[in-house]
Structure formats: structure tokens, C-alpha cells
Write a protein that binds this ligand. Structure first.
Ligand code: SF4
Ligand code: SF4
Length: 757
């Protein structure tokens, strides 16, 4: 372990380096000088060469090693690799508080193949109990940002895990969920350093609070099917292999302090001032000389190095007397059981009594559900096109499930066969139809038991979907399609209004269109002709950078916004709306290109809302209609741009909420927010915060060139978003995944002009 920097940018009150008995850090250089790094590297290489050691693990430690900065860190890593790699396999690691981690440092860690452990004590309340700056401020957001960086595919190879120090006053469920929400490859749960002279805090009446607390986490972990590695539990299992803290394996850790002195394990600093000292240094003494120090040698003796109580203990092979430092008592030195002895015995009982894996599936809302980079990406405020595509894929999967359920109610075997056949021959055509935003509302309506008959009954959607897909491919099929109010709707293409059709029409797909026959009516519809067929109301398109977007003013299932939608626009009105939308899209690109890219990834249709003189500027999204937003036709593209961005946030978050529970179920909390007079449920606040984050980003971008009014808007939305996010976090109504999402979103808010021009 190399103490490459002996100071820290945090001031944790449980830190054994600065807050416990040993205070030798005060006399040490702030950073390890290059000559000391070189000498340490040569000593390690010398040892590896002489003993033909196959692997050496070097952990960069502190204080805080990232205080070296990128240049200083690169020098250290280069020196270690150059000196040691010729002689042995070098496993480079780092333990950091993560506060300073950024993309440049992550790339450096990847370049030098360094695996990073991050110190993080769990949910906000748990982490802020100890892990704070000197001014008392929280480090929670910074650390989670660091963890999010390490989860990125580009840096994930450097993500070793999380080191969490236990505090039994924290809620073990929330700590467990918060840790797993960060997808760590491994979690190390660390008992707080204590000795018989300074025993651990034992709040509450129980005699083994640490075993009880850890036992709760162990039960969750086992019930969830052991998602990820928790080293403490694995080490305590029969044959678990042990660690520095448990088991009887010989100690194999030496520390090089910033001044080049060899020391014993760091945790001894908790025992007494100078406890870890050896009197040796890397300039004059080899690894072998340091390892012969009595304090190191006694920990090579297995059970013979333990006190009489431990030697007689039935679980000594698994416990190993606990961490060496925890045995200290003035007078008898280290010849004692661990000060956590009762807890360790009880915890081993727990591990033995509750071993079965996979007792239950992870609950959907808990952080044990798969934690996804998708959430982190969306928490930037916009999300990448790839992420939006993934949301669209999820939505499509839901639509397919609903379609399968609707098949049970359908009497059109032919329609299902057409869809199944096209799914094999032309899957993109089926996908294009099923992704139409108003297919899912139709399917949901069809499945609603209260709308199976009478005036509200939905027509069987399968035949119309089959026709729409077949027309796209030009497959000559014939399907019977139900008629409603003298009309049939072909999703994504348009509607045919044809009086006299009766209740069912026979639709035959032809090259370039289709023929409809029913009752007394017979009409051929040719698409893409200059002169539209009589009664055919084709969906009108707006060109966008990503291709096309529809003005959807004909699909009957667009009526899902809880407010009146406009009936079909006349041609001049549709053209005017099309121009406004196209210009608005360009303005989004100008102001917030990252948001424009997210629009490109998924916005397929705009629904005109019915005009209302009392509320001329309205917009909406519907949870079942991903890919569409509804707006009042407005002539100002600058305003329309804000509406598009705002509503697209709701659409994305709605899709996220189909996948993850970010709000804990069953919460009746109501939260006061600055943008509405009535207290809101947590999910409503979350929606508002996410939409306002994007609007803040738009106005910030505009304020950069326009100032004035734009700055005032930016300031207002910033304050709303910040207050809303803080109120959400304080409400404790979020799941661990929700907390992480809002915390990162809160951080994105503070960054200026994300993705702006
Ligand atoms: S981050 Fe680590 S080294 Fe820094 S004060 Fe906290 S516990 Fe100590
Ligand atoms: S510390 Fe306690 S549990 Fe552990 S080996 Fe010693 S006596 Fe056994």
C-alpha cells in the first residue's frame, strides 16, 4: 500500500488516519516525492525478482491519492509499471473518496489498468453522517457522480467496488439498496475501527448490534439471490478464504508512507500513536527486513499468533480473531479477542443459519433490480439517442405483450397470421406500425373490461395493424377490418371515411395502396399520389433531421391526453403547424443539441390540441403514447421549441417509470413545489423536476447570447428544479434508484449549459 498523498479533501469524523490515536501524518510530506516512489517501486521489484513472486498488488492510498492530480498520478503509475512489470504481474489498485474523479482521471486509470475502490457509506443520510467536507457539506453527490463515471462502459474496467464503513445508526435496508444501486463489482463492509480501550458505539439495547445490522443486510442479499459480491459475508462462509479482517491466512500487507517509511497495516493507527511503525524505510531496508518486524511476523503464525480465547474458539478458522487492530487493549496489547467478538460469533451464526440463495426474486422497486446505465445517462437531463432507443425498445416490448393479449379477444385469425408472417419476412414494417404512438392506447382500450361493449367499445385492432404493415411491404393480403362511424383507420398511414361501408370492410392490399369493399361502398386508395383518393385522410409529415414526424390529427386513439384534441386541421393550418415544428426542431438543435439528439431518437408524432382561448398555450404527454406529444398549434417556433423539449422529458421519464420504480410504492406523501399551488405526489414532482431541468438548460443556452429575459427564465426554472429536487430527496419517498437518479440530475442542474451551443 503506497501512501502517495497524505492529506485529504474530506474530513470524515470516522477516519482512522486523522481522527484516531496515531497522528504521525502531521510530520509527513504532503505528497510522496518522486524519489520515494522510485525507491518503493525498486524495493517491490527487487522482492518480486528475488522470490519469483507471481503477483504483486499495489494499492495507491492516502489521504486522498487523487489530490496528486492527473500529471502527478501519471508519474507514479508510470514509475510503478516501468519498475515492477518486468518482474511480476502488477495488479494496480487505488482507494479513493472519489470527490475529484473526472473523465481525464478515469481515462488515465484505464490506460494504466488501475482498479479503483470508492469509499461510500450508502444513502445520503448514511454517507453524510461521517463523509463530509471540512465545512460540514455533503460529499454524497460528488461520490455518486464518481461512481456513475466508473460505470460508464469506457471506464468500467477500472471499477473495483465500494468500501462502506458500517454505522449501526443507519438504516441497513437503505444502505444496502444505495450500495447495490451503484452496481459495484464488489462491496466491502468495514466495521468501524475500535479497540478495547475505545470500544465501538453500541446504541440501543441489543448486545450484538453490529451482527444484527449486518445480519439484516445479509438476509436481503441472500433473498435477492446474492446480487454481486459482498466480501465480508463471503469471507465468513465456511471455506470463504478470509481477508485481512477475518480468517487465519498470513498477513501479507505492508505500507509505504509518504516519507518512505515501511509501516504495518494502516488500521493499527487506531490503537495508539506510532502503532503501525517499523523503524524501517524503503531507502535502506528491503521488503524482507520490514516483513521480519515482530508486529508483522506474529500475524504470519496463524492460530498460534492469537490469544488463548481465540485459540479455543470453535469458529477461529473463519473469524481468525478479527482485525488485528481491533484486539488492542492497554496492558495486554494485541493478546485479546476482537472487541467485536460477540458480534462476530453471532454474525457467523447468521451466515450459517441463512445460507440459501435465491429465496425470492428481487423486488421490482428495490435497488436489487438491475441497475442500469440508462438511468445515469438520462440524469444528464437529455439522454443519448441510444438511451432513447432503448426506452423505445422497452415500449415496443410492452406493446407486443398487449398485442398478444388482444389476440385472445380477436376473431381475426387472418390478421394475426399476416402479422406473424410479416414479422418473419419484414420485421421492420411490423415494428414501424407497432411503434406508432397510438397503437398502445388502442390495445389498452381494447383490453379494458369496462369498454368491451357499448358505445365506448374499441374495435379489434389486429386487422388494421395487419393492413398497415402489409401496405408498407406491399404484400397482397386480404383482411376483414371492423368499421367505426363509417371509417377505418390504418395506423401510421391515415383514415378512410366512406359512408355506406357497413360494420366490416374487406381490405385488399394492392401495389401502392389498398382496396376497401363493404356494404354499398367500394374504394381504392392509392398512397403517395398528388390527388388523394376521396375520403382518404392521409397522415401528414413534417421533415425532421432524423427523418419524419407526423402531425397526427386523425387517429381516434390520439384522444388520450385528458383534454380535447383538435379535429383534422385544414391544409393551410397543417402546413403552418408543420413549418413551426420544423423551425422549432432546428431551434432545439441550436440551443441544446443534446436534447435535439434525444428528440431525434424517439419523437414520431405531434398531436394538435383543440384551441382554448382561456389557455392558448398548452401541451401534454400520455403515458401510453410514447413517441408523441400534444401541443396547441402555436405560431412561434421559439415557444414551440421549449414545449417540445419540456414534453419530451415527460415522455422519456414515463418510459423510465415503466421500467423502474423510482418512487417507493404506497407513498401518500404530498410535496409542496414552487411551480404549483397544490402539494403534489412524489411522481408528479419527479416529472416536474425532470421537465424543468431541460427547460432550465434551454433558457441557460439562450441566456448565453440573449441575456435579459432569457436569464430571468433560466433563473426561475433553475430555482424551481433545484427546490423540487431537494424537496423530493428530503421526502424520503424515492427508492434507492430514484435517489441516485435525482441526485445525479441535481448535479447536472448545477453544470452550466449542458449540451448547449
Ligand atoms: S476520505 Fe478517507 S482519508 Fe479522507 S478523511 Fe475520509 S476516511 Fe479519511
Ligand atoms: S474474536 Fe471471538 S469469535 Fe473471533 S476467533 Fe476470537 S473468540 Fe472467536
Amino acid at each position: 500500500m503506497l501512501k502517495v498523498h497524505s492529506r485529504c479533501d474530506l474530513s470524515c469524523d470516522h477516519c482512522y488516519v486523522y481522527q484516531h490515536a496515531d497522528q504521525t501524518w502531521r510530520g509527513r510530506p504532503v505528497r510522496m516525492p518522486p524519489a520515494t516512489v522510485r525507491a518503493a517501486a525498486r524495493r517491490i521489484a527487487e522482492h518480486a525478482r528475488e522470490h519469483e513472486v507471481p503477483d504483486v498488488h499495489v494499492v495507491l492510498h492516502g489521504g486522498e491519492p487523487l489530490l496528486l492530480g492527473a500529471a502527478g498520478l501519471r508519474e507514479v503509475l508510470a514509475e510503478l509499471r516501468a519498475a515492477i512489470t518486468p518482474w511480476t504481474r502488477l495488479d494496480l489498485r487505488m482507494q479513493t473518496n472519489g470527490v475529484l474523479l473526472d473523465e481525464e482521471l478515469c481515462q488515465l486509470l484505464v490506460d494504466y489498468d488501475v482498479r479503483v475502490g470508492v469509499s461510500f457509506d450508502g444513502d445520503r443520510a448514511a454517507n453524510d453522517r461521517h463523509r463530509v467536507f471540512a465545512h460540514g457539506g455533503s460529499s454524497h453527490d460528488q461520490v455518486r457522480r464518481a461512481l456513475a463515471l466508473l460505470r460508464r462502459p469506457a471506464y468500467r474496467s477500472s471499477y473495483a467496488g465500494i468500501l462502506c464503513t458500517v454505522d449501526v445508526r443507519n438504516d441497513p435496508d437503505r444502505v444496502y439498496e444505495a450500495l447495490l444501486a451503484e452496481s459495484p463489482p464488489r462491496v466491502d463492509l468495514l466495521l468501524p475501527h475500535a479497540t478495547w480501550d475505545h470500544p465501538p458505539e453500541r446504541p440501543g439495547p441489543g448486545s450484538t448490534p453490529y451482527a444484527d445490522w449486518l445480519g439484516r443486510i445479509h438476509r436481503r442479499w441472500v433473498d435477492d439471490g446474492r446480487p454481486g459480491s459482498i466480501r465480508l459475508f463471503e469471507a465468513l462462509m465456511p471455506g470463504g478464504g478470509g481477508t485481512e479482517a477475518f480468517g487465519l491466512a498470513p498477513a501479507d500487507v505492508l505500507v509505504v508512507e509518504a516519507d518512505g517509511t515501511w509501516e504495518q497495516v494502516d488500521s493499527l493507527k487506531t490503537a495508539y500513536h506510532g502503532a503501525a511503525g517499523t523503524g524501517f524505510d524503503v531507502f535502506d531496508h528491503s521488503v524482507d527486513e520490514a516483513a521480519r518486524h515482530p508486529g508483522v511476523a506474529i500475524r504470519q503464525d496463524g492460530v498460534q499468533g492469537l490469544c488463548a480465547t481465540c485459540r479455543a474458539c470453535p469458529v477461529v478458522d473463519r473469524c481468525g480473531g478479527g482485525l488485528y487492530a481491533h484486539r488492542w487493549r492497554t496492558g495486554s496489547g494485541f493478546d485479546n479477542p476482537s472487541v467485536y467478538c460477540a458480534d462476530l460469533l453471532s454474525l457467523i451464526d447468521t451466515v450459517d443459519a441463512y445460507p440459501a440463495p435465491g429465496r425470492a426474486a428481487p423486488s421490482l422497486w428495490s435497488a436489487a433490480s438491475p441497475v442500469d446505465d440508462l438511468l445515469d445517462d438520462l440524469a444528464t437531463g437529455h439522454g443519448s439517442p441510444q438511451t432513447v432507443r432503448r426506452l423505445a425498445d422497452d415500449q415496443l416490448a410492452i406493446t407486443r405483450m398487449l398485442l398478444a393479449a388482444c389476440r385472445e379477444l380477436s376473431d381475426s385469425a387472418a390478421a394475426w397470421e399476416v402479422l406473424a408472417d410479416l414479422e418473419l419476412k419484414a420485421p421492420e414494417a411490423v415494428r414501424a406500425v407497432l411503434e406508432h404512438p397510438f397503437v398502445r392506447p388502442w390495445l389498452v382500450h381494447r383490453l379494458d373490461p369496462s369498454a368491451r361493449s357499448g358505445a365506448r367499445a374499441a374495435a379489434d385492432p389486429l386487422p388494421a395493424l395487419a393492413v398497415a404493415a402489409a401496405v408498407r411491404v406491399g404484400v397482397p393480403v386480404t383482411v376483414d377490418v371492423p368499421v367505426r362511424a363509417d371509417a377505418i383507420t390504418v395506423p401510421t398511414l391515415g383514415s378512410l371515411l366512406l359512408p355506406g361501408l357497413g360494420e366490416r370492410a374487406e381490405v385488399t392490399v394492392l401495389p401502392g395502396g389498398f382496396r376497401v369493399r363493404g356494404g354499398s361502398a367500394d374504394r381504392t386508395v392509392l398512397l403517395d399520389t398528388v390527388e388523394p383518393s376521396a375520403g382518404w385522410r392521409q397522415v401528414r409529415d413534417v421533415p425532421t433531421p432524423a427523418g419524419r414526424m407526423s402531425i397526427e390529427d386523425g387517429d381516434p386513439y390520439r384522444d388520450c391526453y385528458g383534454q380535447p384534441v383538435a379535429s383534422r386541421l385544414d391544409t393551410p393550418a397543417a402546413q403552418a403547424l408543420g413549418r413551426t415544428l420544423a423551425e422549432a426542431w432546428q431551434i432545439v438543435r441550436r440551443d441544446v443539441p443534446a436534447h435535439a439528439a434525444a428528440l431525434d431518437g424517439g419523437l414520431r408524432a405531434v398531436v394538435p390540441l383543440a384551441p382554448d382561448p382561456a389557455r392558448p398555450l398548452r401541451s401534454a404527454t400520455a403515458r401510453h403514447a410514447f413517441g408523441a406529444v400534444a401541443v396547441t398549434p402555436h405560431s412561434d417556433p421559439e415557444t414551440m421549441a421549449v414545449l417540445l423539449v419540456h414534453e419530451w422529458q415527460h415522455a422519456k421519464l414515463g418510459a423510465v417509470l415503466d421500467r423502474y420504480d423510482l418512487v417507493a410504492p404506497g407513498h401518500s406523501t404530498r410535496i409542496t413545489v414552487p411551480w404549483r399551488p397544490d402539494p403534489r405526489p412524489p411522481e408528479g414532482v419527479l416529472q416536474g423536476v425532470y421537465a424543468h431541468l431541460a427547460v432550465t438548460q434551454v433558457w441557460r443556452a439562450r441566456a448565453a447570447t440573449d441575456g435579459g429575459e432569457a436569464s430571468a427564465h433560466a433563473a426561475r426554472y433553475l430555482a424551481w428544479t433545484r427546490d423540487g429536487a431537494d424537496a423530493l430527496l428530503a421526502s424520503r419517498s424515492l427508492t434507492a434508484a430514484g435517489e441516485r437518479f435525482v441526485g445525479q440530475l441535481r448535479h447536472a442542474l448545477e453544470e452550466t449549459r449542458v449540451g448547449s451551443r
